[in-house]
Design a protein around this ligand. Sequence first.
Ligand SMILES: [Zn+2]
Length: 328
Amino acid sequence: MNELTRRHLLGAGAAGLATAGWGGAAGAARAADREARAERNPPFYRSRLGRAEITIVSDGTIGFPLDWLFPEVPEAELEDFLAARYQPLDHLPLQVNPMVADIGGRRVLIDTGCGTKFDPTAGRLPRNLRAAGIDPASIDAVVVTHLHPDHVWGATDAENAAPVFENAEIVVPAAELDYWNDPDLAERLEGDLARSVARSTFSHLRRLDDRLRPVEAPGEAVPGIRFMPTHGHTPGHASLLIESDGEALMSTGDAVFHAFVLVERPDWHNVIDWDPEAAVASRRAFLDQAAGERVRVFGFHMPWPGFGHVARQGDAFRWIPEKWVWDG
Ligand SMILES: [Zn+2]
């Protein structure tokens, strides 16, 4: 990691990836303007899956510097790829799309977003839940695909003092919980950023301890939602298969966290993946199943609101967004 990128990443101190640069330098006026603009856009989107009602509720966006994220990909190749798809050339912006599923008689939140502890452009889930008419106290279960900050830090308040979803159990893939729920993990990791994230995630898990429920993957997380093991992004990462009344939806988690780069170039390594080779294998298996079975797909970091399909393209794939339906 070059020194400039390192400063971007660590410059915001405890927030760690907060960091990641964009927005990091924005002044208060720019932040206020961003908030005002965000409030003019609809922050939630409703859809159906069989008898289940699904509401995608935005937590905002996050972003990562490209030269840090894909160090093994030649710069010219990366720029050509992104320019051809009208993407920014300096950073990779990602939507953060938590899902609320009213399924199997329960109200389930899938991944929590970052809270206000990670990136100034994220942490909007509580406000946007209110906009959607969803009381955080009405959430029965939070299903977490993995324990990275943007998927679980939003489970506690800004001070990490209390759970946000006061009546919810937190369902986590068992191998994922084993890895992060370890007071000595940070000491075994290399780099200030990784250690900072590990320490903070451990303290979040301590705060949530009495409500954590580990579930082996593959296995049923809650009725209607199954963990599909897709380790590699993290040691116990799981994607989800959501089913209701004969309809199915495969939810990526972060096995595929970008609609162009990781779908069309699934073999490119990125530095966020804990085990890049295992991540490539899981990503390819997920995309191959989605394309082969023509299953509807949801991506936590895909372009809003995150629904689409995967089609084969040569020896890779492409993302086909689903059209918005207002009266579904
Ligand atoms: Zn993520």
